[in-house]
Design a binder for this molecule. Structure first.
Ligand SMILES: Nc1ncnc2c1ncn2[C@@H]1O[C@H](COP(=O)(O)OP(=O)(O)OP(=O)(O)O)[C@@H](O)[C@H]1O
Ligand SMILES: O=P(O)(O)OC[C@H]1O[C@](O)(CO)[C@@H](O)[C@@H]1O
Length: 332
């Protein structure tokens, strides 16, 4: 019998989600499967809001940001009742395999669904945060780095012109991957990361020391600091006020916000998306279920869903060393 596969995108949208949908649809169509797309994440599963996905619809899609299936967060799905409704709807629609493209929260949901629905569940990592263990990178992460870097480059121009301090807030939820990569790739001067944050007083003192040392060497200078969101207890404005008072310099806040989630995916995200989407479809005829497909050293692998949030995903050691040498501990 022809397999019926369904796809949904959940949590924060990420550039490359469309490229992943396209890869799944083309690979699945080639094998003669029926293909559905649930709309607005788990909401579509609860309301049985479903569209048919065809290869024709995939034309010119790979390069588009966002997700044609729309994404959302869905509180109702996290309840016992919600999970049961979703499972019933999948069974009624004769879905054999559900592909969930999203972050670790979406995988928690997929795992919970897998406890009460007998069909096959396969996760694909799509989030700008890169905070999913078991994969080298997540779809959307590389594009978000590019977007943040191009914005920070512009901030640097005006910072230089005025010899000002700028504080740029970068997304990442509770992980510092995006902030660290964006800071390194934009030659920022300091980065505040959740993984390395100790306390407010020490951080302020360290930044002021770095600024003063640089001024001693070069005279008036600009200084660009990248702040990962959700780290500073009082938020970016509190940090700017306190740093201005301690450093005696003007400190301007810039929140990059949701621009980091948009835009056409860069090649690295496109390549990851098509690799994982194609690989995921090869699992449909197997008994593999309750896994995420990811990459390890560029090769596609499967990881049990709970490992994607239970295992720690540390910042890369080399990047941290580079960061200390070129940024946070540059001036001794
Ligand atoms: N423990 C859980 N049980 C059931 N469903 C869950 C659970 N955790 C999350 N979900 C579902 O997954 C959805 C997406 O999760 P979340 O908002 O954490 O985003 P995400 O997938 O981690 O992506 P991103 O981090 O990029 O925003 C939630 O809105 C909810 O519907
Ligand atoms: O768009 P929302 O729901 O405000 O969520 C913002 C969060 O989503 C992400 O963009 C992706 O997880 C995070 O970086 C950010 O903390």
């Amino acid at each position: 019998m022809t397999k019926h596969i369904a796809i949904l995108t959940s949590g924060g949208d990420a550039p490359g989600m469309n490229a992943c949908i396209r890869a799944i649809v083309i690979a699945a169509d080639r094998l003669g499967y029926q293909i559905s797309g649930y709309l607005r994440g788990y909401n579509g599963l609860l309301d049985d809001q479903r569209i048919t996905l065809t290869c024709e619809r995939m034309h010119n899609l790979l390069q588009q940001g966002g997700t044609i299936l729309h994404s959302a967060r869905c509180k109702a799905f996290t309840t016992e009742q919600g999970l049961k409704k979703a499972a019933d709807n999948l069974t009624k629609s004769n879905v054999d395999t559900l592909f969930v493209i999203g972050g670790d929260g979406s995988f928690r949901g997929a795992h919970a669904l897998g406890q009460i629905w007998e069909g096959q569940i396969i996760g694909l990592p799509g989030t700008i945060d890169n905070d999913v263990a078991g994969t080298d990178a997540t779809i959307g992460y590389y594009t978000a780095i590019e977007t943040a870097v191009s914005s920070i480059d512009k901030v640097r121009d005006t910072a230089d012109a005025f010899d000002r301090v700028f504080m740029v807030e970068v997304m990442g939820r509770h992980a510092g991957f995006l902030a660290l990569s964006a800071a390194l790739a934009s030659a920022s001067d300091y980065v505040i990361l959740p993984e390395r944050f100790s306390n407010e007083a020490d951080t302020l003192t360290q930044i002021c020391t770095q600024i003063q040392q640089r001024q001693a060497k070069r005279g008036p200078v600009s200084y660009v600091i990248v702040l990962a969101e959700n780290v500073w207890p009082g938020g970016i404005n509190d940090l700017c006020v306190r740093l201005a008072s301690q450093s005696n310099m003007e400190v301007k806040p810039v929140i990059l916000g949701h621009v980091q989630r948009g835009g056409s995916p860069v090649s690295q995200d496109r390549l990851l998306a098509v690799q994982l989407g194609t690989y995921a479809v090869t699992l449909v005829e197997t008994s593999t279920s309750g896994v995420m497909v990811g990459t390890y050293e560029d090769k596609a692998v499967t990881v049990p869903l709970p490992q994607t949030w239970e295992d720690a995903k540390p910042l890369p050691d080399d990047a941290v060393t580079t960061m200390m040498t070129l940024m946070n501990e540059r001036y001794r």
